[in-house]
Ligand binder design. Sequence first.
Ligand code: PLP
Length: 411
Amino acid sequence: MNKFIKDQISQLKPSATLAINEDSNRLKKSGKKIYKFGFGQSPFPVPELVVNALKTNASKHTYLPMQGLEELRLAIADHLNKINNNNFNKEDIIIGPGTKELMFLMQIAFKGEVVLPAPSWVSYQPQALIAKNKVHWIQTTSNSNWFPTAESLENKIKNIKEKNLLLFINSPNNPAGTVCKNLEEIAKIAKKYRLTILSDEIYSHLTFDDQYKSISNYYPEGTIVSSGLSKWCGAGGWRLGFFAIPNQLKEFKESLKILCSESFTSVSAPIQYAAIEAYRNDHSDYLSDVKKILSFTGKYVYENLKSNLINIAKPEGGFYLFPEFTNAKFSSASEMCKDILQKTGVALLPGSDFGLDSKKMIARLSYTDFDGSSFLKSTSGSKKLDNADLKKNAPNIVDGVFALKEWSNSL
Ligand SMILES: Cc1ncc(COP(=O)(O)O)c(C=O)c1O
């Protein structure tokens, strides 16, 4: 126990991600070819129109309103109302430096307990721990597409004394790349028990079948929609995200605004002006090219890995897959990932980083180890992709998947 560090902070452990990165760098230095399948970043460039808007606004230098630029909030509210059929207005939107920061402040403000599906994105739980919010996990399986069933949610809620609960739903999800098919049933339970839902829609524009559904449609009064530029717009490093908070949660929004003003003040001015163009304009050509590449690549990896030794759910959105190596026998998923890295150079993240039992031989695979700019350039428009395109534009995907399959066969 360190007298300068709060108990809940000293409990935090460096994630296995860090260990995999360190091992990858060491192996790379020694000359081994590394396949970066552990990385969760869009490989695509920011659309040119949005980059140009950033250039035009580079001289904007003042602090902006703490809730975010009015024009940007209006553009985001209109955008959500159009794509999700929501009913937000500009006062419901808060702009933050990435959704991660907004989620963190939300955990600080929230009085109650947190319900997380396992697997879930790596930061939800540590943020809850920092804010001293108790976490309840709902274990899910590939049989329910890695989302909770209504029944498992209701059973979990019945066993929790605290009645003020915050449930995270992330569809398409990180780490499995699957889409939630039972949003309506989950929403019904959430309504019945008056849960608050944080709908993490950071991958919504990367849904492959173009039929995106938001849980906010079924439970608008209790759902906070969270999204931003990081994934669909290839702009993770720009740090711009937002929350859309329904009027019924107005008091919560006011508290969050105070936390924003007492922490990051306001998001960088040029980025907010550029984001107006990201949300005001139609990017369907760019998105359809990006999704064509991601869905083809995801399908290739899925079809080449899927076997009687590897269980894997079909890719439906985002850029992840969550293979289970059924014949692997290691003391933990982390040990398995170390072995894979050593023997094949393929870097994966253990499923235990996402809240799964460490004995489950499951790992997250991100299929983004390619140059998105040149892939887009050579395949944009109506051209259908084939394996030759993948070999030319994403050779690391082809070679890494082959190495992984060989590793699995050799067990
Ligand atoms: C599921 C999920 N939610 C949220 C985030 C954070 O995104 P942002 O860049 O908006 O902070 C990520 C980023 O990896 C993510 O995968």
